[in-house]
Design a protein around this ligand. Structure first.
Ligand SMILES: [Zn+2]
Ligand SMILES: [Zn+2]
Length: 214
């Protein structure tokens, strides 16, 4: 079984997740650690819990989700996994770093492309890759059925949805992604978002003001 540990990092208040199992293997999703103390916090948690990081995953490559990619690469030697359609977004982030006055060193190691429907393994635990474009062109969510949770990135939030006014955004695609890839999950599924508190699929079906059920 996977345990979910959340951190909130950087001035954009992005949620970084570490998923780890009883074998002490872990994956790091969207490391947004920007300041040195945030990077220390991530590393200290991994070390104190005795974890071995085996995977670096991005739901998508907006600035706030990728500040720590290079740090994770440099610290644990992991290649970055992302959807191929996020490559242009990743290439653009140094420019957005300048625009937002948050300069940083971008990841420049190997890229491993995730495919829609692919199953990622962490020992016996599995994450299903769900392709959910709209907020960004190659956005993916990571679903773990046995644990009853999905890492939703910036697609679905507690009572809100991702913005679609950034390059590659598409409102109709976002709504379709939520309806077909997230609202089809069991109601009790916990939704760990890229920003804000945890929610559930059932709660959002009833209360999300932006998405109709069908
Ligand atoms: Zn985003
Ligand atoms: Zn974000």
């Amino acid at each position: 079984m996977l345990t979910v540990k959340a951190f909130t990092f950087n001035p954009v208040e992005e949620n970084t997740y570490i998923l780890y199992n009883e074998h002490k293997q872990c994956c790091i999703i969207d490391p947004g650690c920007y300041f040195p103390e945030e990077r220390d916090g991530l590393k200290t948690f991994v070390e104190k819990t005795g974890l071995s990081p085996v995977l670096l995953l991005n739901t998508h490559c907006h600035l706030d989700h990728i500040f720590g990619n290079k740090f994770v690469r440099d610290t644990w030697g992991l290649p970055l996994h992302l959807h191929e359609k996020e490559k242009p977004v990743l290439d653009f982030v140094p420019t957005s770093g300048q625009l937002y006055q948050l300069p940083f060193d971008n990841y420049n190691g190997p890229l491993v492309y995730l495919k829609e429907g692919e199953i990622i393994k962490i020992n016996d635990d599995e994450l299903e890759v769900r392709f959910v474009p709209g907020h960004s062109p190659g956005h993916v969510c990571f679903y773990n059925g046995p644990g009853g949770f999905v890492i939703s990135g910036d697609v679905l939030f507690n009572r809100s949805i991702g913005r679609t006014d950034l390059p590659g955004g598409d409102y109709a695609a976002l709504i379709n992604s939520i309806q077909t890839q997230l609202f089809t999950l069991p109601d009790e599924t916990n939704v760990y978002s890229g920003h804000g508190p945890v929610t559930t699929i059932g709660f959002e079906k009833m209360n999300n003001p932006f998405v109709k059920l069908y």
